[in-house]
Design a protein around this ligand. Structure first.
Ligand code: MN
Length: 134
């Protein structure tokens, strides 16, 4: 989930070689809609989203049982002291500052997908979906 077109493009380029199915949303409401409908295996969530913040989207998703264990990676360009704690409290599993680290983010995504597949192998398949919202 990402509202910045350049960052969205960067995510597409970074994740293309992995053969994930990418679902994209450019604001918080769309992010909530798509995530609820498609139930992706992992969400990359920009915190600064129009209409509804990534933090609010995360809180709403975490209220649904089906989203209890789906990894959510928060991204933000305006990290301040205490933000990380706030993001984790809202339900994010991890947090990365922007600009996007082109090595660290894809590694984190693939690591978190592997971990969540180990925990719940029965509900996972090869069609990994990855949502990018900012
Ligand atoms: Mn943004």
């Amino acid at each position: 989930m990402e509202d910045n077109p350049l960052n969205m493009k960067l995510l597409e380029i970074l994740l293309r070689p992995k053969n994930y199915t990418l679902l994209e949303a450019v604001d918080g409401e769309e992010a909530l809609d798509i995530a609820t409908r498609e139930q992706p295996d992992l969400i990359v969530m920009d915190i600064q989203l129009p209409k509804m913040s990534g933090l609010e989207v995360t809180k709403k998703l975490r209220q649904m049982p089906v989203f209890n264990s789906i990894p959510i990676i928060a991204l933000t360009a305006y990290a301040m002291k205490g933000d990380k704690e706030r993001f984790i409290a809202a339900g994010c599993n991890a947090y990365l500052p922007k600009p996007i680290n082109t090595r660290e983010l894809p590694e984190m995504i693939s690591r978190m997908l592997q971990q969540s597949q180990k925990i719940t192998p029965s509900v996972r398949d090869n069609d990994q979906k990855d949502s990018c919202r900012r």
